[in-house]
Design a protein around this ligand. Sequence first.
Ligand code: ADP
Ligand code: MG
Length: 476
Amino acid sequence: MYRGYEAVIGLEVHAQLKTNSKIFSSDPTNFEASDNQNTSPVSVGMPGALPVLNEQAVKLAVITGLALGCSIRTKSVFSRKNYFYPDLPKGYQISQYDEPICEHGHLEIQTETGPKTVRILRAHLEEDAGKSTHHGDFTLINYNRSGIPLLEIVSEPDLRTPAEAADYARTLRQVLQYVESCDGNLEEGSLRCDCNVSVRKAGESKLGTRVEIKNINSFRFIEKAIEYEIERQIDEIEAGRKIIQETRLYDPDKNRTFTMRTKEDAEDYRYFPDPDLLPLVITSSYIHEIRKALPTLPQDRCKVYIQHLGLSDYDAKVLTETRDLADYFEKTAQISQRPKEAANWIMNELLRELKNSSQKLSEIKISPSQLAELIELVEKGVISGKIAKAVFGECWSSGKNPHDIVNAQGLGLISDESALEAVIDRVLSSNEKSVNEYKAGKTKLLGFFVGAIMKETKGQASPEVVNKILSKKLNG
Ligand code: ADP
Ligand code: MG
């Protein structure tokens, strides 16, 4: 609650679909291309150039829609959204309007007060515009982005705080990355967010006038921009002024929003079906095939990890952060049949090494089956936990099998009783005073003896055998 007001927030997220070519032409989509390299008569809007729909963009839209619980229209329509701007050389953007490809979905987010379902109004396909950069008295335009396929995912105004909005955007990105429809790279502009914000007096059911803050490309700025905007709107209302429906921009350096233009209404865009493109017809068997191939989503995996594998909420959340990590964990758990140990090794050793290296998870040398092998060596008492960490380090850098490392370096536990007895006798005779104290009742010295024996054997003494012999010698 803000000074007796409630904030109402809805997000429009533009996700760049991961295709090799643009949505209506064969121009490449690679980010590194030099300025205006990825262009053709279609993407710079030459008269007479005709759009041809990219099937991969449609497929990724359907995948994403299904992952977001949307219904997929078997017939959707491409429309022209008309406006004039130099980065839009045709004078219109091809988008979808009243018959979008996906509609009526939902996304669950975690809030301070528990899970919350945010409704998704629709997700529609459209082409991106070019990019203008302003340099003093001239402007340059790069059309590489012109015609890049976007899926615009529009939420209902269900969000209530800046933190909820940022969490929604993060969760959405995670789903997009799981289904591999968008790389979610904010710096490269693969995910851009328009935030719609209004305020109303607490308890009021009518929505206030909304302001749209355009093109935010960081989760932190989503939060800060909305935070600022809520306060600004309340100030306006408290000062007796009206909120004007408008589009604003956020300036991160000044941490404030400022007017870009007063808001166009749909009629300003003169939407009409694009005569160059047929309605898009998708069969239900196509949708069915895609639904069958969808990967399990992070939230569903989380539930399984907690309910069936006995992991904590925290561990489950970390392990499902990316699909690669979740897959790695599941393989390790499956091979070793020890999910908790697999989780511990990954959460502690593996993620630490990964953080310290410049590698991606897909590039590391230690495989799930090797990690499972290491877990088994510890569980079967072949090596101690401490030695196992060293073996992990070796396996991480060389990719050798844990078994081979243990054999080659003779790291296995010493279980031979006569060998250990000799070490134990040596330790006890050089600590006579402590032995007497122990016998006089100071039993917590046991740990001290074990420690000394472990040091002598470089951690390789079998704890079980050591305990057996020690208690015979000290208590017997
Ligand atoms: P437009 O293209 O004009 O921005 P859209 O329907 O695409 O319209 O998007 C409207 C967005 O604004 C949706 O995310 C919706 O949830 C949000 N929204 C609508 N009304 C309000 C409101 N009063 N306050 C805050 N957000 C709103
Ligand atoms: Mg909008």
